[in-house]
Design a protein around this ligand. Sequence first.
Ligand SMILES: Cc1cc2nc3c(=O)[nH]c(=O)nc-3n(C[C@H](O)[C@H](O)[C@H](O)COP(=O)(O)OP(=O)(O)OC[C@H]3O[C@@H](n4cnc5c(N)ncnc54)[C@H](O)[C@@H]3O)c2cc1C
Length: 349
Amino acid sequence: MYDVIIVGAGPAGSTAAKLLAEKGFGVLLIEKFKIPRYKSCSGILIKKTLMLIDRYFGESVPESVMCEPVENKGMIFTNDKGKEYRFEQEGRNIWRSSFDYWLVRKAEESGAVVRDDTIAVSCEEKGNFVSVRLHGKKADIKSGTQTYTEEARYLLDCEGVACVLKQKIMKTVPAYITTYQTFQAGTIDLDPHYFYAYLQPELSEYDAWFNVKDDLLVLGVAVKDTGKIRHFYNEFLGYMKRYHNLKIEEQIKSEKWLMPRIRPGCQIDYGVRHVFFAGETAGFLNPMGEGISAAMESGYQAACAIADHFDYLDQVYAAYGQSTENMRSYMQRQWSLTGEMAETFQEMK
Ligand SMILES: Cc1cc2nc3c(=O)[nH]c(=O)nc-3n(C[C@H](O)[C@H](O)[C@H](O)COP(=O)(O)OP(=O)(O)OC[C@H]3O[C@@H](n4cnc5c(N)ncnc54)[C@H](O)[C@@H]3O)c2cc1C
């Protein structure tokens, strides 16, 4: 029996696993894909994320996970009236699969047992512990996969956006935004050191964006209705051609993903009895997909609360809620600022 089973080896899960294992707790970290796993992302580590990595992992992000241009100088937003807002700050440009792999290896080095290619199917409270149903390959079976259970005092659910376990536990279906981005060989008249977000309603139902990764031009749009992806993406390409001299030579790849749709009030779900939530599963996500810092910080705070109050469930909840209070109000302020900038986000004001 483990002390804590953590589901999801993203930034929330790996950060929590590292802290708990370091403190001597028995941790099982479950990941449904083979690691390093792929995750659609713009791959910008903002200054806050870099600071959290130094604090939680005791070292800086290694160069091996970075892509060109390594230095990100901040974000440039264009609002629905065409007005530009510049947010200058030092950041880094990384490939998510390599970055998340580095995080998960750090958790493993600290003593967490990592089991990839294994999906958490369901979980059940049994008195003072949780039984988790898993499907995958176990170390003690020679070949093939099987369904089996593992038990722990607590389950920390860091599944990210799809959060199947959370949906089963809470019997609710979350609202989503669909993201679509392409990687293009080509040229453009924009500074590759910035991340550009466009909030004009004719370009997306949420935001459209541009950044550069290892000489590839990344162009994306986010929509509420997936049937409108093609329309908005074509509008956005037209806009970038007209105003920024975009010239495409060849499309290298495209990808579709999901993002939680944050609603007014920025509701956070901390957990249900012995099952806690962190990262996007809990509802932590700052505007324009800035979610890595929120995932790491909430994973860390959930782990601290469990470690400090292991035998007192109510105190775990109280400590987790208190230590993330500043994050919550920061998140609300950031979404409200976005609501001031563009009509698309008016409900968030
Ligand atoms: C297009 C796009 C661009 C983005 N750009 C940025 C950016 O530049 N900077 C930034 O900070 N944020 C960005 N974000 C947001 C950021 O990616 C997320 O907020 C962040 O990854 C959330 O971390 P997490 O640990 O909560 O979840 P995730 O990173 O999604 O990790 C969850 C993990 O759980 C696993 N999992 C899920 N269900 C199960 C299960 N049942 N059993 C086992 N494993 C399971 C998944 O495979 C996954 O590995 C972007 C998001 C998108 C969609």
